[in-house]
Design a protein around this ligand. Structure first.
Ligand SMILES: *Cc1c(COP(=O)(O)O)cnc(C)c1O
Length: 362
């Protein structure tokens, strides 16, 4: 542990690379010789222009996006995308398909229905407490889009591969696994992610939208709720969240230049998850809550023999420098969120602690 920092397993806001935090600190009072902090320069200045453009190009390079895609930085979190996607992308008279894989999908469906849109829930894993990813789904032929949640942060499940939606573009909430693995962008019309899980601090939402989807936005929407406002103005129709975008840009740079891209990131993430799941499966004291084939590489959810032991586990872990292991309040249990910036060293330390705890209490 450097600088008295704990091993951080927080679900979001979550760990960021130490080198990024240090760079923010070191350049905070005088950004690039401007004599000002990055939070003091104009968003119309060359300094900030360079930041937002570099962030945009890095997103495109990392995900292999063609020029058909707009990379936008918005506010309102992933939760605002739950209302914006249906508002902008469902033309009059057409339905949209949603797959319900947990708490966040349920909210997305609710927000779409509030607007009086015709929403088909074409598959759901609610019958077994969202512990799995549904298979063999039939999508509606004329659906405006098919909405998926790529990683279910609370339930600990993840789409290992995305379903074939035919001609229907995928709209995907990637809040908790964006940039954790390479993807084929082709089937995606819209991808969105609150930054605070895997790519930066809270306050900015990454929105990647295909040109044909932007063109669907009705003209009578309020400017701030219209995707085309943001694509036309390089995300600067109004003042953007400058500090959050700057921090994301540094995380993206770390991903490209220190990690070496998303293939490398994915193999590290696979390794981290495998070590943790092996520790859970190899000891009767622990029980994974997600079906094996549907397990998340990002949020590892597990139970102990009793709720009392779970409380003790979380508290003692923190005493040992391992933070953020409490499960979401809606499901209880334990959860280790191992996003990109939580390293192998943290996972090894957790597995070691789990072994000791089980020996003492088992
Ligand atoms: C955290 C999370 C959200 C909510 O994000 P906000 O940015 O807080 O609105 C939505 N979807 C998923 C999958 C999440 O993990």
């Amino acid at each position: 542990m450097k600088a008295n920092r704990i091993h951080n397993f927080n679900p979001g806001p979550a760990a960021l690379p130490l080198s990024v935090l240090e760079e923010i600190r070191d350049s905070f009072l005088n950004y690039k010789g401007s004599g000002m902090s990055i939070v003091e320069v104009s968003h119309r200045s060359k300094w900030f222009d360079d930041v937002i453009n570099d962030a945009r190009y890095r997103v495109k390079r990392l995900l292999g996006l063609s020029d058909d895609y707009h990379v936008l930085f918005m506010q309102g979190g992933a939760s605002m995308q739950f209302c914006m996607a249906p508002m902008n992308l469902i033309p009059e008279g057409r339905p949209a398909d949603y797959v319900n894989t947990g708490t966040w999908s349920t909210k997305a469906i609710h927000e779409a229905r509030l607007q009086g849109k015709k929403i088909n829930v074409v598959a759901s894993s609610e019958d077994r407490g969202f512990c799995y990813i549904p298979r063999n789904i039939s999508f509606t032929e004329n659906a405006a889009y098919a909405h998926l949640t790529s990683n279910n942060t609370i339930k600990g499940t993840q789409w290992a591969s995305f379903p074939d939606t035919g001609q229907v573009p995928i709209v995907c909430d990637m809040s908790s696994d964006i940039m954790s693995r390479p993807i084929d962008p082709a089937p995606f019309g819209l991808m969105y992610a609150g930054a605070q899980k895997n790519i930066g601090p809270a306050g900015v939402t990454l929105v990647i939208i295909r040109d044909d989807m932007v063109k669907r936005s009705p003209e009578n929407l309020p400017a701030m709720l219209n995707y085309s406002t943001f694509s036309a103005k390089n995300s600067m129709f109004n003042t953007p969240p400058c500090l959050a975008i700057y921090a994301c840009r540094l995380v993206l740079k770390w991903l490209e230049e220190t990690i070496g891209g998303l293939d490398k990131m994915e193999s590290i993430n696979h390794k981290k998850a495998a070590i943790l799941y092996d520790a859970i499966d190899g000891n009767e004291f622990y029980r994974g809550t997600a079906e094996k084939e549907s397990r998340s590489m990002m949020n590892i959810t597990f139970r102990l023999p009793s709720e009392d032991l779970e409380l003790e586990f979380v508290a003692q872990a923190l005493d040992n420098g391992l933070g953020g292991l409490k499960g979401h309040r809606s499901v209880g249990g334990c959860r280790a969120s191992i996003y990109n910036a939580t390293g192998l060293d943290a996972v090894h330390a957790l597995v070691e602690f789990m072994k000791e705890f089980a020996e003492k209490k088992g």
